[in-house]
Design a protein around this ligand. Structure first.
Ligand SMILES: O=P(O)(O)OC[C@H]1O[C@](O)(CO)[C@@H](O)[C@@H]1O
Length: 429
């Protein structure tokens, strides 16, 4: 095992590696799906074809000269232009792929395709689906349950909602169908979490017995207790995230919540503001308990207890240890920041082949306050496991560790999940 400081950065060149399969198989498949999803003009088809050639057999090239962010990417890509997509850090190449895909469909351009989310048809289809109906209806069964039980169910739903990732389904037919969101409460046989700091998470958000007597928005210390959620996917992940937020607000575990979303479409199903509106509307229009939660969320957005924010950093190809000072300040004051999903996890702990027993608290010591990761495992990165868990997972897989190609099922298949909490370092900002 490498020493922690020497952990190799993940690139996509290793034959049989997960990162290679994403670039070699998922990205071309995604380009085809996007091609088929709209009646693009010849110019857009040409651009998509050029991107396909570049990312499979060509080299990385700078953005178009007129791109609004060309200067920034020129700096960020200066080491990588002219090289194969497979030879540069996976975190960088994947992020740049999505930036180039938006360029190819004219998302930032002056034409009529400006602002068209190329993933919107997939997101809409998911929201319309009966699985969402079932999951919202499942909330009724929880309504009369003790508050602790509900809290656990909402947290689990938010966690497993990360499995229902549209991008994850590209190249793995059926994978996204097995995820569960609000329906985690009725999941019959939940696989055990590979790490579970749920108790620590709840201890950071004690129920506030005095909340009914306090002036609105003021915690016991006089300042509001704020929980930030850095969202990941829209649809069947964002819906249970919002239900969890509603629970935190209605039970006084949080006075205010801040939901952070992407400034523009990214990684297929990542949530943007438009997706928040669609999901909030979907919940509010449901009947029963879900509808009640939706209406409360709608009201909370109206009175400022639920704020939705974004930042350019969320679509940049960098780890959270490099986040800018303005974002740092936001998280520094939070009771807790919940970081959702696989990509955010990679960015939180660093996209490297860490020994899996590396301390999560140490890897997240750069974060400016308490931080919780809720993630299903969909890439090679993992830290914070105890040695027995690693041995069990590797034995079950017949795997010999990262780089062991196809045998890395537990790390990448989305069948395992974790809740990890670290104290961060409030002094860091
Ligand atoms: O939506 P999530 O949970 O961030 O998952 C995204 C993950 O999917 C992939 O893009 C491809 O499977 C991974 O590289 C990435 O980490």
């Amino acid at each position: 095992m490498p020493e922690v400081d020497d952990a190799p950065v993940i690139v996509s060149s290793a034959p049989g590696s997960f990162a290679r399969s994403v670039l070699a198989e998922r990205h071309p498949a995604l380009i085809q799906q996007v091609r088929d999803a709209f009646p693009w003009s010849p110019e857009r088809h040409r651009a998509l074809g050029a991107l396909l050639r570049s990312c499979t057999e060509g080299v990385i090239e700078p953005l178009d000269p007129g791109a609004h962010d060309r200067e920034r990417w020129d700096v960020w890509g200066s080491e990588y232009f002219g090289r194969s997509w497979f030879d540069v850090p996976f975190l960088w190449s994947e992020s740049y792929f999505y930036r180039r895909l938006l360029e190819a469909v004219g998302y930032f351009g002056p034409g009529l395709w400006h602002g068209t989310d190329p993933f919107a048809p997939f997101k809409r289809a998911e929201l319309r689906g009966s699985l969402v109906d079932d999951e919202l209806a499942a909330l009724d069964a929880l309504a009369g349950r003790p508050v602790e039980e509900r809290a656990t169910a909402y947290l689990q739903a938010s966690l497993w909602g990360n499995r229902a990732d549209l991008g994850f389904a590209v190249g793995s037919p059926g994978a996204a169908d097995t995820g569960s969101t609000a329906g985690a409460a009725r999941r019959e046989d939940p696989p055990p979490l590979v790490a579970d700091d749920s108790d620590v998470l709840w201890s950071l958000l004690p129920k506030d017995a005095t909340s009914a007597e306090r002036p609105s928005g003021a915690g016991t210390s006089g300042s509001p207790r704020t929980v930030h959620v850095i969202a990941d996917n829209s649809g069947r992940e964002l819906i249970p995230d919002l239900v969890l937020v509603d629970h935190l607000l209605t039970t006084g575990r949080a006075d205010e919540a801040v939901l952070h979303v992407k400034p523009y479409p990214y990684y297929v199903s990542d949530a943007t503001m438009a997706d928040v509106v669609d999901c909030a509307r979907r919940i509010a229009q449901a009947s029963g308990s879900a509808g009640g939660a939706g209406k409360r969320l709608w009201a909370a957005m109206g009175d400022g207890r639920l704020d939705v924010r974004t930042h350019g950093f969320y679509c940049e190809p960098f780890p959270y240890s490099e986040m800018p000072a303005d974002l740092r300040r936001e998280f520094a004051g939070a009771a807790l920041t919940i970081v959702k999903g696989d990509l955010n996890y990679r960015r939180l702990v660093g996209d490297r082949l860490w020994p899996p027993t590396t301390s999560f608290a140490e890897r997240t010591a750069h974060f400016p306050g308490p931080v919780a990761a809720l993630r299903t495992l969909k890439s090679d990165v993992i830290v914070g496991l105890d040695p027995r868990t690693v041995a069990r997972l590797e034995a079950a897989d017949g795997s010999e560790g990262p780089g062991d190609g196809a045998k890395q099922g537990w790390r990448t298949s989305g069948t395992h999940a974790l809740v990890q909490v670290g104290p961060g370092n409030p002094g860091m900002w």
